[in-house]
Design a protein around this ligand. Structure first.
Ligand SMILES: Cc1ncc(COP(=O)(O)O)c(C=O)c1O
Length: 412
């Protein structure tokens, strides 16, 4: 049966997550399908920013390191994130940028497998992960090499030479979801360690790090977790590796007694060793606002709605956009799909610009992918309909072909 807008209105009416949309500030009329790149702003962020700036910084000044708990915020936020990714208290910490944490965790893992030289990675992964490991290999100068493998080749690429398997759980371009349990099991069978990048899965689906016996993981917080632009990354280190895994950026925040001011580095024996130095507290405070919304949401409901929305989006593309040269890049199987739908199109760039001008915000990933992220806390079912409806208008009118939609900015 062909879908109509009324079907989507009806789905919203019975959606248990619908009230969460009121907690986010989005411009009226905008369909925001880019929360997989930069999450929407929680309304509570403004009041919290005022509090942290005016009271904690402005009035209480240095006292806030103790009084407002600034020094332990990196662990407090880690414990909250742990509940979303199947980790335990004390296994997750906030620090630095995602790429930096790839460096730190892969370095720690290589240190734990000194006789092995191979790192398995996905060549088509978001480049910074590969770049950081390439830099690390160069710096170590011990003959490590990356063995690139794509989806479908990964299990076979993992053999006795492998020290570390470092993969992103959900592919940034296609939305392909790796089988974390199977890959981790294979890695551990041959004695390798795993580092999982959760940039596109934390907050998008219920990750089960300990259920999969993952060794190390990291992710960003500015996408699905709504931590704000450039918010800090998080790292997970399984308890069994505490005191054994050690990251190389040995700053005072990872020292066993940071306020002992000893001459020589002595590593903390827990997750805190993965911290390096003073963190941006104002930004961390914003991350907590985003996380606190998740503390009240049911991850299984989020996943259920995400799959339903992405299913419907795919169905509408097939029903209403046939003949315009679109094909779906995202896997159709639920157990292989993250929380996005990516569409191949030769004219993907100008079409996406025309869509953005029509207030449907997704993004474009070269050479030919239009990417739409689904964030069930603030994307409604009617948004799904409206996005496709506006795309249909653009295709029917050919308005995407205007010169103004062909100028590329620095960020696509
Ligand atoms: C898989 C993955 N890793 C890393 C990053 C970004 O890293 P950083 O936060 O260091 O800029 C992204 C950004 O989109 C990503 O998709």
């Amino acid at each position: 049966m062909t879908l109509t807008r009324e079907d989507f209105v009806a789905l919203d009416a019975e959606d248990v997550l619908a009230p969460f949309a009121d907690e986010f500030d989005l411009p009226e009329g905008m369909v925001y399908l880019d929360g997989n790149s930069l999450g929407a702003m929680p309304k509570a962020a403004l009041a919290r920013a005022q509090e942290v700036i005016l009271k904690e910084w402005g009035t209480d000044l240095i006292k806030s390191w103790n009084k407002a708990g600034w020094f332990n915020l990196v662990e407090k936020l880690g414990d909250k994130t742990a509940t979303l990714i199947g980790a335990d208290k004390g296994e997750v910490i906030f620090a630095d940028a995602t790429g930096l944490n790839v460096y730190k965790l892969v370095a720690a893992a290589l240190d734990m497998r000194p006789d092995r030289k191979v790192i398995v990675m996905e060549g088509s992964n978001f480049p910074t992960d590969n770049y950081m490991v390439q830099g690390l290999i160069k710096q170590l100068g011990r003959g490590h090499e990356i063995r690139f493998a794509e989806d479908g080749e990964i299990l076979d690429a993992i053999d006795d030479d492998v020290a570390v398997v470092c993969l992103t759980h959900v592919h940034y371009k296609t939305g392909n979801l790796h089988d974390m349990a199977a890959i981790t099991a294979k890695a551990q069978k041959v004695g390798a360690l795993t580092v999982w990048d959760l940039c596109h899965s934390a907050g998008a689906l219920a990750v089960d790090l300990n259920g999969c016996n993952v060794d190390l993981a990291l992710g960003c917080t500015y996408k699905y977790l709504n931590g704000g632009p450039g918010s800090q990354s998080f790292m997970f280190v399984a308890k069994r590796h505490h005191g054994k895994a050690a990251q190389p950026l040995t700053g005072w925040w990872g020292h066993d007694a940071p306020f002992g001011f000893e001459r020589d580095y002595r590593p903390r024996q827990d997750i805190r060793q993965f911290s390096t130095g003073t963190e941006p507290i104002v930004s961390l405070a914003m991350s907590e606002v985003g996380l606190d919304i998740f503390m009240r949401a049911d991850m299984s409901e989020i996943r259920k709605k995400s799959l339903k929305q992405t299913d419907l989006f795919i169905q509408l593309i097939k029903e209403r956009l046939d003949g315009y040269g679109f094909s779906i890049a995202t896997p159709l199987e639920h157990d292989k799909r993250g929380s996005q739908v990516s569409i191949y199109s030769d004219n993907g760039f100008p079409i996406m610009q025309a869509l953005i001008a029509a207030d449907v915000v997704g993004d474009f990933r070269a050479p030919d992918i239009m990417r739409f992220g689904f964030t069930p806390l603030y994307v409604s079912y009617v948004d799904v309909w409206d996005a496709i409806d506006r795309l249909k208008n653009i295709m029917e009118s050919g308005s995407w072909d205007k010169p103004e939609f062909k100028n590329r900015g620095a960020v696509t």
